[in-house]
Design a protein around this ligand. Sequence first.
Ligand code: NCD
Length: 321
Amino acid sequence: MISDQHLVSVANITKPELLDYFESAERMRPKRRQTHTPQHPRKTLIALFYEPSTRTSCSFQAAAIKLGCKVISIADKMSSAEKGESLEDTIRTLQYYGDAIVLRHPMKGAALRAAAVSGVPIINAGDGNGEHPTQALLDAFTIYSEFKSRFEIDLDSEHRDVITIAFAGDLKNSRTIHSLIRLLTLFPKLRFLYASPPELEMPEEIVNYVGAFNTYDQCKVGDVKDAIRQADVLYMTRIQKERFESESAYLAAMSHSELYSVTPDIMSLAKPQMLLMHPLPRLNEIAVEVDADERATYFKQVENGLYMRMAILDKIFRNGH
Ligand code: NCD
């Protein structure tokens, strides 16, 4: 049994905890620029990344610095993993140097393996095509706060209309989606649409997880045009080249990528109040011309990521770790 000091999956997050995360992230917002008494000056965060990352890695490090922590950052090629050291031995070592470890790893289940041997909290920053709980927290926070501040809609209310959330692109490999959709099942009255190439469909594990609630309608649609016409939130994803077995399989999937890309023309089919989201990095899934559209929400996600990661670290360090 893995202790709950870790953040490996969204599976154990309860509704009150999620709303606490949202409130705490909101409180972090003004601390981005303001000088404030740093909350955790005696803590050290270790960022251990075995896969490329810009936002997740840097936002965790920035969040730690803003909370007054020290940061040790270690990337794949510089670690003893290059010499063949096991993940477990690396974690057993690093636990003596820091108070929490943020881990990104190409293998599904890696964060759980790390948590099984770690004396300090493990924060899963993406494990292969498994989960990405901190991205899901910031994405859910973005949906919740945008609906509230822009449209005066409470995501948590039973008395609103059904909200349709569409996911498009590489639904098979997008760990951000796998975590986000699980987290969204904490809210009522949602409907989910899935638009993907046939070989990149939503994994059965996720469809069954959502289906087990018996309250959410899930529907496969043909392409992004079908999705955008109905969506209140459209969450785009990159076709994840690094998860394919061969270059030719990747190229075959990319050959229909145009059907899963948003251009200004396609945006003209969307509702005036839709949120267009993407965890980034983007390739051709969203044309840069769409960035000026006020429905484009992906750089707000980036900003919110900093506040959410401050909230996550603050919670972990306040709990005495
Ligand atoms: C995503 C990831 O790494 O899973 N990026 C992120 O963390 N913001 C999405 C991706 O790489 O496509």
